[in-house]
Design a protein around this ligand. Structure first.
Ligand code: 6R9
Length: 657
């Protein structure tokens, strides 16, 4: 082996079986059912996906070829004609779901709105006609820079309806970040709002768009559509570039048949930030993405027709695309959209939404769960959360103790938790429990979704033995996979397909995460491989050391990084935030070091503990260890910091150094 893989040192033995009542009513009812599906899909993936494509989606024309695989470029359902907006809307209108709530929206100030499938369809058709009137044609890219309001989903579905790929840029990104993405996508039109509410303040979105477009920086953009959300004074450019959404929407016809798209026509491009270099435009296409998000939503969230489903992500992230908008609506579900974020002025806001709408399925991120733990269980305890029957998590490895808290305090010890591992690039969830079938272990994403051949490998592409760490990889193409990097197919090949050599002619997708499989084949994601620590020749994932720290009652959150050390290669430095009543001290620091030694062994003993009020995170809540690594080494912070949520966190950490 050319390089040691990653060592695993954390033990976790708790096991939770789904309640038999849950299993009996679930889509997938037992481990045997799961195994049967998994085996069937593995034996003949094309047949497996083709069967589902035939039963789960409506087509204008069936495909000729299920998969055309010219590694690393895949085409699924070649020759088929389909439209995802049709599958999310029109097909439900001929059923009883016509008057079912499609979208329940709650604004941060407490305003709310519900759209039935019929109403949502009408709005989408009208807005699709508005886009057409402004000259948007099939194939033109449209930028969407919006708060979490129904118009964001309407805009996405309208683009999909006429075949204009959208590029949603998270509403919290700066004007510069927006400009870069609009330029890369050569967007023809931008949809935004005057502003949006975030943590009791207005984010002036239109102002940012004006900055992004200033001095003709993005010549491709011809029009800007503006939703009136907050009502603050807003500059509108004279001469016809800027339009109010409601002015044009009012007069638009509600008749707009969905455009028959080729299966492989681009549905959207969504940018992910690498740690360095310019953001990558991840391209997803129509049919495969529709199928993959549809079936994963159905089986993983065990959607039943009476469920109220809520995913707390922002539509600016892939989770919002796949599991607020496309997956749930394709299934005819009721999906909740919430504009707000947990904030000091209302630490119970999420629990209020659950109580108000009787949410049954709740999907959020570890970063939010850790924030709730810190705010205290009195907030959820003061609300009625008995409607919940299933919980989910995504975005980072969840520390076992945070999992246990989620299970007990939010799930009342009765709700299964689906810890879902996936990426912008994978389009949908890849490794996850099916909640009625797969027993869960706190901190493990458990087993691959049927049709996904996941593996843990070394850099030669060999499967590593169980309980040894390695690189998380996928062996066979799947319908939801990204197709390319927008405008840069070579970067696609380089980033994802050249780290691991093909084996027996099979190309292997490199996810960039470290992982191990245990004796039951369960996957334990150990963090990004860029963040791996190297202590005295031992390569340690960040997740396990952090989980050991978080299991101490004083610790709310922890991030560990390596700091160059002459003797050991690297020394572990831990950045730690504390629970409400605890204070950082020399003594506590000693105690935490001992605690790590006790939990996982001397090898992981932090050389240094730094107490801090907050950790630097991306706007989607992932800890940015790269910046902490710079700080720990006493270097200037380098690389791209445009995705940082709160710059002041970094400044404070610098002062404390
Ligand atoms: C969906 C999303 C992808 C990266 C991924 C991994 C981390 C996501 C996880 C998880 C452990 C989970 N990640 N879910 N790690 N357990 N359940 O988050 O997409 O923003 O592209 O991030 O997030 O490191 O590689 P994206």
């Amino acid at each position: 082996m050319s390089q040691p893989t990653i060592e695993s040192i954390l033990q976790e033995n708790r096991l939770f079986h789904p309640a038999s009542e849950f299993s009996q009513n679930a889509h997938i009812k037992s481990l045997e059912d799961y195994q049967r599906l998994y085996d069937k899909a593995k034996a003949d993936p094309q047949q497996f996906w083709a069967d589902l494509a035939g039963t789960e989606l409506e087509w204008f024309q069936k495909w000729d070829t299920v998969l055309d695989w010219q590694p690393p470029f895949a085409k699924w359902f070649v020759g088929g004609k389909i439209n995802i907006s049709y599958n999310c809307l029109d097909r439900h209108l001929t059923t009883w779901r016509k008057n079912k709530a499609a979208l329940i929206w709650e604004g941060e100030p407490g305003d709310s709105r519900t759209l039935t499938y019929a109403q949502l369809h009408r709005e989408v058709c009208q807005f699709a006609n508005v886009l057409k009137q402004l000259g948007v044609q099939k194939g033109d890219r449209v930028g969407i820079y919006m708060p979490m309001i129904p118009e964001a989903a309407i805009a996405m579905l309208a683009c999909a309806r006429i075949g204009a790929p959208h590029s949603v840029v998270f509403g919290g990104f700066s004007a510069e970040a927006l400009r870069d993405r609009l330029i890369d996508a050569t967007a023809k039109l931008v949809i935004t709002a005057d502003g949006g509410w975030r943590k009791d303040a207005i984010v002036p979105l239109k102002e940012q768009v004006d900055k992004a477009l200033a001095d003709g920086a993005v010549p491709s953009v011809e029009n800007v559509l503006v939703v009136k959300r907050t009502g603050q004074e807003t500059y509108m450019q004279l001469g016809g570039r800027d339009h109010w959404w409601h002015d044009l929407q009012k007069g638009a016809s509600a008749d707009c048949p969905a455009e028959p798209m080729d299966s492989e026509d681009m549905l959207f491009v969504l940018y992910t930030s690498g740690s360095t270099g310019k953001p990558k435009g991840v391209v997803h296409t129509t049919a495969g993405y529709n199928l993959y998000t549809h079936i994963t939503t159905k089986w993983i969230f065990d959607l039943q027709d009476t469920d109220v489903y809520w995913c707390t992500a922002d539509v600016g992230w892939i989770t919002g695309h796949s599991y607020i908008v496309y997956g749930p609506l394709s299934n005819g579900a009721t999906t909740v959209m919430y504009e707000g974020a947990p904030r000091a002025s209302n630490p119970g806001c999420f629990w209020d939404v659950i109580e108000k709408y009787g949410v049954n399925i709740f999907y959020t991120a570890p970063t939010a769960i850790r924030a709730f733990i810190k705010m205290g269980e009195q907030h959820p305890n003061a609300r009625n959360l008995s409607s919940l029957r299933l919980l989910g998590t995504v975005g980072e490895p969840i520390n076992p103790e945070a999992w246990m808290w989620y299970h007990k305090v939010i799930g009342g010890d009765r709700c299964p938790i689906v810890d879902t591992w996936w990426q912008t690039e994978t389009g949908g969830i890849m490794i996850t429990p099916l909640p009625g079938a797969i027993p869960t272990k706190p901190g493990s994403a458990t087993l691959p979704f049927p049709g996904i051949i996941a593996d843990v490998v070394d850099l030669e592409g060999n499967t590593v033995p169980n309980n040894e760490g390695g690189y998380l990889a996928v062996r066979h193409p799947w319908p939801g996979m990204m197709r390319t990097v927008y405008g840069d197919p070579e970067r696609f090949r380089r980033t994802y397909w050249e780290h691991i050599p093909p084996k027996d002619g099979n190309y292997t997708y490199f996810a960039g995460d470290g992982a191990r499989q245990d004796e039951d084949g369960y996957f334990w994601v150990m963090g990004r491989v860029d963040d791996v620590l190297n202590v005295s020749g031992h390569r340690l994932g960040t997740m396990e050391v952090e989980s050991a720290l978080v299991s101490h009652p004083a610790v709310a959150e922890a991030a560990v990084v390596g700091k160059p050390d002459e003797l050991k290669g690297e020394e572990v430095v831990a950045f730690v935030t504390l629970e409400g009543t605890y204070q950082g001290s020399e003594e506590l620091s000693k105690e935490l070091k001992l605690h790590v030694v006790k939990e996982i062994g001397a090898i992981a003993r932090p050389g240094e503990i730094r107490f801090t009020d907050a950790l630097p995170k991306t706007r989607s809540g992932k800890i940015m260890r790269r910046l902490l690594r710079n700080l720990a080494a006493g270097q200037e912070v380098s690389g791209d910091t445009s995705t940082l949520e709160d710059r002041s966190v970094l400044d404070k950490l610098r002062e404390g150094a």
